[in-house]
Design a protein around this ligand. Structure first.
Ligand code: SF4
Length: 223
């Protein structure tokens, strides 16, 4: 069994609640969505079987918070992922899954091996796609068995009504979970300031804990 992997590297986590933690990153090729703001559409990959990937991960000898499985969408390679998660768990690694939050059946099969879920909430006015509320709701019902936080990309086009629907979803399924409001890195930060302040106020009113956290790795020029 082989999976298409874009890159394996060490760095610090540049976004979300675990900002600054040292991780090994495994970036999978391919995604089931096509968000308008996507910044990860690589055209190259290497094919690995689980043992080959495991050997490469073991080359990194330092202490790491966890292995970040990212993409693309890692859950598209569910069977491969299961094998690698079993191998790395035996060697004491923790697992951090970065996911677009739509492939519930795949998550169900893997959730026992995952420690942290960084789940996207795709707001339709941000992505330019149709809404994914039902998919996200079902996904979060499984993800909440482990430590989970949610992340929504905020653009100039993002509508308040989408944010409100996202907050209702979080309150209904996993009320203790934190929402990260992540400004779109492709837009000038100054253009989003007012919107982010307003959105933060709405989160307070709707009783959902929300943090505004930009992508730090892009600001400081690391991978
Ligand atoms: S889910 Fe992530 S990788 Fe997939 S298209 Fe959207 S931004 Fe890109």
């Amino acid at each position: 069994m082989k999976a298409k992997i874009v890159e394996v590297f060490e760095s610090i986590q540049g976004e979300g609640l675990y900002l600054g933690e040292k991780q090994i990153f495994v970036r999978f090729f391919g995604c089931n969505l096509s968000c308008s703001f996507c910044d990860t559409r690589p055209d190259r990959f290497m094919e690995y079987d689980p043992q080959e990937l495991f050997k490469e991960i073991e080359l990194y000898q330092d202490k790491y918070h966890s292995i970040s499985f990212t993409g693309g969408e890692p859950l598209l390679c569910k069977d491969f992922l299961k094998e690698i998660l079993v191998l790395t768990a035996k060697h004491g690694h923790k697992h951090y899954l970065e996911t677009n939050g739509t492939l519930t059946a795949e998550l169900e099969e893997l959730i026992e091996y995952i420690d942290f879920v960084a789940m996207d909430l795709k707001l339709p006015s941000s992505t330019g796609m149709g809404d994914l509320w039902d998919k996200h709701r079902n996904f979060l019902k499984v993800a909440r068995r482990k430590e989970v936080f949610l992340k929504a990309i905020i653009c100039q086009l993002t509508k308040e009504e989408d944010l409100k629907q996202a907050l209702e979803l979080i309150r209904g399924v996993s009320p203790g979970s934190v929402l990260i409001l992540q400004p779109n890195s492709n837009e000038h930060p100054g253009l989003l300031d007012k919107k982010l302040s307003r959105f933060k106020e709405i989160c307070v009113q709707e009783r959902v804990t929300a943090c505004v956290i930009p992508q730090i790795h892009k600001m400081i020029g690391i991978k």
